[in-house]
Design a binder for this molecule. Structure first.
Ligand SMILES: [Zn+2]
Ligand SMILES: [Zn+2]
Length: 267
């Protein structure tokens, strides 16, 4: 009944996550080079030819850069909402030519079942055509992916509730972003309603959705300029501790690396 998760890379310069059950292997996004994805999969002993699909969250390049090449090289179908497909097509060369049978459509709020895995896309507030997050259920276990969130809301919380493992965005420290070197328009974009989630809100969200069976929290999509892994970790841990939630052997809190592939987390 193994239900596995791995962050191949996570951060503003490229995102690619892996989920596996005894029967299914999936990627969520591939915003790094095909070669880098292959190296990551190699590290966790997954054959890229055995990937059943790449599920796209949205069309920003840090999520789709390597998608086309992987699909062609290893014959992998790509799953995205129809508006995300249109947006990717309009971008021209980023994806390259995709075989018609590799163009698969997902619908928000509608389960998709592949073998022993239920995949559930849900809408997220972000400045893309039709961005989604995903939850995955295998047996009685649940994994949730929630990044690229301009703000937190009840609908997202309801979707990611009752997870055993969550990869949650902890993009920036608000003070670092405000006092940092980013131009004004970019600061406004990131802080905006359809930008990215800060460390503090990530922590507060976890407090709200915490339950006994939440065993692993991985903070992801960190900004290179406006955050440090230790700062994200401490900010979130402080929020949890203030609410009386201990980060100990029962709850593993960790930060996904921007460059390095994580271990395999078994849920
Ligand atoms: Zn984005
Ligand atoms: Zn992103």
């Amino acid at each position: 009944m193994a239900f596995n998760f791995c962050s191949i890379t996570s951060g503003s310069s490229g995102n690619c996550l892996y989920i596996g059950t005894p029967k299914v292997n999936l990627l969520i996004d591939a915003g790094i080079s095909g070669k880098r994805v292959q190296a990551g999969l190699d590290q966790i002993n997954v054959n890229p030819r055995e990937i059943h699909g790449i599920f796209i969250t949205h069309e920003h390049s840090d999520h789709i850069k390597g998608v086309g090449i992987l699909s062609r090289r290893f014959d992998i179908p790509i799953f995205a909402t129809s508006s995300t497909w249109s947006a990717m097509d309009e971008m021209g060369n980023m994806l390259g030519k995709i075989k018609p049978e590799h163009r698969q459509v997902v619908e928000k709020d509608k389960d998709l079942i592949i073998e022993d895995l239920i995949i559930h896309p849900y809408s997220i507030p972000h400045d893309a055509a039709d961005p989604v997050g995903y939850t995955f259920v295998h047996g009685n276990k649940k994994i949730s992916i929630a990044t690229d969130l301009g703000h937190m809301n009840d609908y997202i919380k309801d979707n990611i509730r009752e997870s055993n493992l969550i990869l949650l965005e902890s993009n920036h420290d608000i003070d670092m972003l405000k006092s940092g070197s980013y131009p004004y328009y970019l600061k406004r974009r990131i802080l905006g309603d359809r930008g990215h989630l800060c460390n503090e809100i990530a922590g507060k969200t976890l407090v709200e959705i915490f339950h006994d069976k939440l065993k692993t929290v991985i903070l992801g999509h960190l900004s290179k300029e406006n955050n440090y892994p230790d700062l994200a970790y401490m900010s979130v841990r402080n929020e949890l501790m203030e609410a009386g939630i201990e980060v100990d052997h029962r709850l593993e809190l960790t930060v996904a690396s921007r460059e390095e592939t994580s271990k395999i987390f078994e849920v």
